[in-house]
Design a protein around this ligand. Structure first.
Ligand code: F3S
Length: 402
């Protein structure tokens, strides 16, 4: 890989060991994937934040890094941690877990990373522009940024996103290049499906789960999804579920996503897939692992927008929940929900708005929850393995209605 003189100096350790390690990681990645050079990035989004997922090894690694007084060079934001950083006691998180989680957050803060702890950074000020190169790690955010916004990022891991944030660059390969951004699958929704859908927001999770399984790491192009008039929240659910079930990092959708409005994004050779009512029914059957009462309802995977919280608050007005409810979102969105009075309504019904974390990366299995109801396709994929929980997957109106 071609390196500038300055990049070579960093690689030779002239600016210290941490920068050398970061450059070494980026160059190794570039060599593996055949990148010709490094390119500057505008922002980074770093995963590997929850103590539940990175453990003591991750904590020690981050503390070692942060001791050297190294700072990130670009606007860098953080994925959800393992707990709400303020009300963790109220949630039943242990002192030991909390202490270690707070040390992780402190290490990132020392490096200059914005500690907003959200998987929807594009709703909270880390909003790339069309065509901008970025280095993001959270798979659902990668899918949203590449597809809905038209920015360019690979699916980074926590360490490579952090290395890119510190160096301010990423290797030029994969989804940074035009030729890898073309669709190799065209997805058409059957006309009967379009006419007869009886699901609301959870439909996008079910569809994403199915398409992810079909295209596996490929790039799908949705020919007629626009006929359902999905909003940005629907598109974030769709991308998150495809990322979870099939490693999808980029999709295009006629009349909905940006890139296909300005250029041809379809490969000469594509596989055409038609999706019908039975296929979607099968997705629901696969994602639902149990037919019982939930002991926890979790909404907000990816983290809720204000509009999603508003919808929940309207549903819960003057009602009492029989089951615990977590509505997960960022600190930013919660602040506005507080002001709008949504937090109060949800609290009065027995639910909680929880920030900085989510149902997958927090240790809900240690809090005694065994059956989780959610409207998220991505959470439904991960809950059984990450939290050992059974899943009820449906629309919010059905989950809360029950
Ligand atoms: Fe976000 Fe957690 Fe889902 S990080 S995308 S809410 S698994």
């Amino acid at each position: 890989m071609y390196l500038t003189k300055e990049e070579e100096k960093i690689l030779d350790g002239e600016y210290g060991e941490i920068l050398r390690k970061c450059m070494n990681l980026l160059v190794s990645l570039g060599d593996i994937y055949g990148a010709e050079r490094l390119i500057p990035i505008k922002s980074a989004q770093i995963s590997g934040v929850s103590y539940k997922t990175i453990g003591d090894i991750g904590l020690e690694f981050l503390e070692d890094f942060s001791k050297e007084n190294v700072k990130v060079k670009v606007h860098s934001t953080l994925n959800p941690s393992g707990m709400d950083l303020d009300i963790w006691r109220e949630l039943g998180i242990s002192e030991e877990f909390a202490k270690k989680q707070l040390r992780i957050i402190e290490a990132f803060k020392k490096m200059g990373v914005e500690i907003g702890c959200t998987c929807t950074p594009y709703l909270t000020g880390n909003l790339p522009k069309f065509g901008e190169h970025i280095s993001w790690a959270e798979s659902s955010a990668v899918c949203f940024a590449n597809s809905v916004i038209g920015a360019r990022t690979n699916r980074e891991g926590g360490p490579s996103a952090l290395a890119s944030a510190i160096i301010g660059k990423t290797p030029y390969y994969g989804y940074h290049l035009d030729e890898n951004r073309k669709a190799n699958y065209v997805i058409e929704l059957d006309s009967q499906l379009i006419k007869n859908i009886d699901k609301e927001e959870s439909f996008y999770g079910a569809l994403g789960y199915l398409v992810g399984k079909i295209v596996k790491n490929g790039v799908p192009y949705f020919e007629n999804l626009y006929k359902l008039n999905p909003n940005n929240d629907d598109l974030k659910s769709l991308g998150a579920a495809m990322a979870a079930s099939g490693g999808v990092a980029l999709y295009h959708a006629k009349n909905l996503t940006v890139e296909c409005k300005v250029k041809n994004v379809i490969n000469d050779k594509v596989e055409k897939i038609t999706i019908g009512i039975d296929d979607i029914k099968e997705s629901y059957e696969k994602l639902n692992t149990i037919n019982e009462e939930p002991d926890l309802i979790c909404i907000g995977c990816p983290h809720c927008s204000l509009m999603e919280i508003k919808k929940i608050a309207e549903m819960l007005k003057d009602k009492k929940l029989k089951t615990d409810l977590w509505v997960c979102c960022s600190l930013h969105i919660k602040s506005i929900a507080d002001r709008m009075g949504y937090t109060k309504i949800i609290k009065k019904s027995g639910g909680k708005i929880i920030k900085d974390t989510c149902m997958v990366v927090s240790p809900i299995e240690d809090l005694g929850y065994k059956v989780v109801a959610t409207n998220s396709g991505k959470a439904s994929v991960y809950l059984p393995s990450f939290c050992k929980s059974e899943v009820i997957f449906d629309d919010l109106k059905n989950i809360i209605g029950k």
